[in-house]
Design a protein around this ligand. Sequence first.
Ligand SMILES: [Zn+2]
Length: 329
Amino acid sequence: MAYAFEKLPQLVDMRGKLPKKGAYSKRVKKITDRVWHHSLTKSNLAGSTAEAFARYHVSLGWPGVGYHLVIEPKNKVKTTKGERARIVYANDISMRTYHVGDSNQFALGICVAGDFRTEKLDDATKATIDELQAALVKDGIGQRDKSHQEMPGYSWKACCVFDYQKVFKFLDGNVPSKTSPDFHVIQEGDTFWGLANNIDGITVNDLIVANPGVDPNKLKIGQKINLGKAKNAYTPKPDQPKKAQETYRYPLPSGVLREGSKGENVKKLQRALNAVYFKCGTADGIYGAKTKDALRRFQMVYLPYEVDGIYGPNTQKKLQAVLKSKGIT
Ligand SMILES: [Zn+2]
């Protein structure tokens, strides 16, 4: 008999179909905790899919993707109840996959693709989260929900950041929003992530800006935290005017370069890759197998969700940052 969650119309069963290398072992304990993650990759990126996470986890030496279920906000499914974010059933729930260390044995891993430190969940994703959680409860899979950072040993982790408990009530509507008091006194187990989670309109960055003397990694019990002032305290800095590429030692070309590209721009890229020790041989201006391989190796280290061997704006930005971090300016 199929579980209720398996019958959700926005679920696709991709068990055994995602990139893998070996197999996870079966769990020997019953699932008690449904653990919610986010992927820390922007939800609209090509790499924000179960398949891309599988490729990445395999590159880490894991047998396959670490989650059982992956919600993909970028892939929408039309259902009779409205638009929903797709759910990929990635690993059988009986498998002990890797996502919460010592707790893997009794934890179900659910990952919502996205970086919810800065992004907001859209309604189709909230609806999917709500329906999936309700189905899992109905199926008796697990006894409680936890965020990754609420699991033993992970209080430092900004995962899953969004207020999952509130999202479980999304389709019920009219959930009263929690009002924010002016201050909060730190109690055992409190984190900035947790506080931001529980208060509407306040992000971790807001808390950091509103509490300049406080080290978020060393909160002390009894410490008074500014909440009232925190709302929208953080405004991202506007981008600094860009320095002209030609003033750099390794000017980087803009646009897209890929296998088969030729010319001065390819030479610039090759010189830069060589300078950061992703060797691609002589800078001959021909984007061949060697250059593609060097670029792929660079992406595997610095842009693990976007390994395609193609040079574009994201790779340019990262390469610039790496050159800078190595003092090559
Ligand atoms: Zn996580």
